[in-house]
Design a protein around this ligand. Structure first.
Ligand code: NAP
Ligand code: GDD
Length: 348
């Protein structure tokens, strides 16, 4: 019999990759969207068109009764809890809502499974994050953060995710649930929201190349991230739920790069070489060939507190799950810029 999966946050970046993967593996896929009127919901028609095989359930992670009802009706074999306020910068602006959705929402989903009497049969995946680690001042990641590294979240988002991480472990230990936590480092791609830095860059580079935009404005160019491809990471999520035992698993590439490097490489994909002039907020990225300013700093994009470096050690996932990322850093930048060049050229 085909297995049934329930994905919260199905309209997000990872939700799209995961729904496709599970469908290809023969699963019956349910995807949860928040909102009220199905037909007038822009994501609803988009999802229906792109992934007609996803059975859409309208519910909010804040609404325990709706989640419990969904669990009672669907009785999924696997639940992937991907829904969250996931933008770190935004979480400083709306910390209370972030705590409710990104933190307590995890508890709602776990309780819904228990209320439906499925705690011994349904497997649960929680989307934990490398934002739970602190960066250089708190936790030196020379070899990369492992599942055992100390946490020191630096944003309302990271704090809320840490609650989600621990309540997942607590339900594992208290009720014997197969509740697993994937501690994922940044993963990107053509489905990434334009508010995240990699997609903001790839989109702007394509638009600048096509003469549709003049300048790209960014915040901190010197923070470092361990960036992989989202398509590789959803395979790791699925593998985590196929194990004999639940646990915590880091998914990462084991490499870290600055935002500046991403910018340079993205422009290089379109034949533009960037040179840097000036310092701090006055720093500019200049097109070496024309002398035109293409990158500026806008302090609006700085955060009240920042994780300066993220570097993960995926040894456990590689040995226990047999997982390995396929797309490397240059491959990721190329894939994103090529996608956006095609997309922006097609839009006229
Ligand atoms: P994403 O693109 O922001 O998707 C999150 C989805 O959650 C959105 O579609 C959003 O719906 C939905 N959502 C938000 N609040 C909700 C609510 N109250 N009820 C129901 N749905 C709600 O995020 P992603 O990049 O796919 O990431 C998936 C998960 O992994 C997130 O939990 C994220 O925090 C975590 N994570 C991501 C990364 C990464 O690098 N991508 C790394 C580590 C962990 P709307 O469209 O209606 O807003
Ligand atoms: N978004 C954004 N926009 N970030 C910028 C900008 C800008 O204009 N300029 C510089 N940055 C820097 C941020 O300050 C941060 O250091 C880095 O770029 C990455 O920012 P994001 O792409 O927004 O991702 P994130 O690392 O904060 O969070 C993502 O990864 C986490 C895993 O580590 C999100 O996907 C989280 O949901 C995820 O948990």
């Amino acid at each position: 019999m085909a297995k049934t999966a329930f994905i919260t946050g199905v309209a997000g970046q990872d939700g799209g990759h995961l729904a496709k993967l599970l469908h290809e593996k023969g699963y019956v896929v349910y995807g949860m969207l928040r909102g009220q009127l199905e037909a007038s919901h822009p994501r609803y028609s988009q999802l229906k068109q792109e992934m007609p095989y996803v059975k859409i359930v309208m519910a909010d992670l804040l609404d325990l009764s709706a989640l419990a009802r969904a669990m009672q009706e669907i009785k999924p074999d696997e639940v992937y809890n991907l829904a969250a306020i996931s933008h770190v910068g935004y979480s400083f602006r709306d910390p209370v809502l972030t705590a409710d959705i990104t933190g307590k929402g995890v508890l709602n989903m776990l309780e819904a499974i228990r209320l439906a009497g499925l705690e011994k049969t349904t497997r649960f995946y929680q989307a934990s994050t490398s934002e739970m680690f602190g960066g250089l001042d708190y936790n030196r990641p020379e070899e990369g953060y492992t599942e055992e590294a100390r946490f020191h979240p630096r944003s309302p988002y990271g704090v809320a995710k840490l609650y989600g991480h621990w309540i997942t472990k607590n339900y594992r230990e208290s009720y014997g649930m197969f509740a697993t936590s994937g501690i994922l480092f940044n993963h990107e791609g053509e489905r990434r929201g334009p508010e995240f830095v990699t997609r903001k860059i790839s989109k702007a580079v394509a638009r600048i190349k096509l003469g549709k935009q003049d300048v790209l404005e960014l915040g901190n160019l010197d923070s470092k991230r361990d960036w992989g491809y989202a398509g590789d990471y959803v395979e790791g999520m699925w593998r985590m739920l196929q194990q004999d035992e639940p646990g915590d698993f880091v998914l990462a590439t084991g490499e870290t790069h600055t935002i500046r490097e991403f910018v340079e490489l993205a422009f290089k994909e379109t034949g533009i070489e960037i040179t840097w002039q000036g310092k701090d907020v006055d720093e500019l990225g200049i097109d070496k060939a024309t002398g035109k300013t293409l990158v500026k700093i806008n302090p609006e994009f700085f955060r009240p507190a920042e994780v300066d470096i993220l570097l993960g050690d995926p040894t456990k996932a590689e040995t226990v799950l047999g997982w390995k990322r396929e797309v490397d850093f240059p491959g990721l930048v190329k894939l994103m810029v090529e996608y956006d060049l095609g997309f922006e050229a097609g839009r006229g």
